[in-house]
Design a protein around this ligand. Sequence first.
Ligand SMILES: [Zn+2]
Length: 360
Amino acid sequence: MTLSKLHSDGMSFDWERLVFEVSDNVDGFVSVDNWSVLGMTIRSGVPCAERRPQPLSVSMARRAIVPIAPRCPYPCTVATPKIVLFYVFTPLPDPEAIRLWQHRVCESLGLRGRIIVSSHGINATVGGDIREVKRYVKATREYAAFRDADIKWSDGVGEDFPRLTVRVRPEIVTFGVPDEVEVDENGVVGGGTRLSPDELHTLIDERGDEVAFLDGRNAIEAQIGRFRGAIVPDVDTTRDFVGLLESGELDHLKHAPIVTYCTGGVRCEVLSALMRHRGFTDVYQLDGGIVRYGERFADQGLWEGSLYVFDKRMSIEFGSPTVIGRCVECGTPTSRVVNHPDRNGRELAVACEECVPTGA
Ligand SMILES: [Zn+2]
């Protein structure tokens, strides 16, 4: 409450009896958190006592004055951290030129994240303040092949990525089979049928328990969230999928309706094509991945738990899901993924704060 608000309440004041606590000072206006009259606490101009003393005669005495903080040179700028996730499969004849351009755009805007470019397309996760991220998206769409990219926005927490890396690789997702993947201007050739979140539900309605879900991510990611009843392969990296498909382990599903899913859909574009190449005949992929499904159905659909993400947040939630992860040390339910046991390393584990404290 500010002094001007106090006056606008239309009361008459005896300035000797009103006590208010000054908590802030903005542009020379004193704002008041609490004030009291004759020992009665009053907040937001409403006396707490049942009867307002009549006539109201109050006074004020300053109890505390907080020093005025130096003004920020840009007082209206409040950092709003945002993260964008997108990929485009399209033939890129000169990936190095795309890499240089993307690097320059991100660097000039002060953005961080991870961008992988190959002759098959681009896969990017970029974070920063909303204004700069919007500029990045606009610049990226100026390249004709990226114009219709499906950009997935989410809230960051600030400093979500330690650095900016923009690299050219043989594949934008590393299945280890760059020569097998064929890409044209419509995307990956021969991939699984795309299903929107609603179309996925239609498929389930029509074919029920026949439908199998295949988690297209690394096993650790599925520990904290997955589709109900999904097959979760025991894979450490995306490279392990080719071996899995050729192991015979999933051969009983070769003619069953099988839906692959991953975080944003990029891995399933390739995985579903590799499955078709290996004799799986009824393959679907969840378009837009868990991200789009979660935006559509939150925790009211077939998804359970949290979504692992590749940035400082480590995981995100849709609605208020049931916690399905279990601490690797003590078994307590948790969705917390940490670097463990190697504190600098890559080995990730689901672990509670008590067993593996932050910063340990
Ligand atoms: Zn624990």
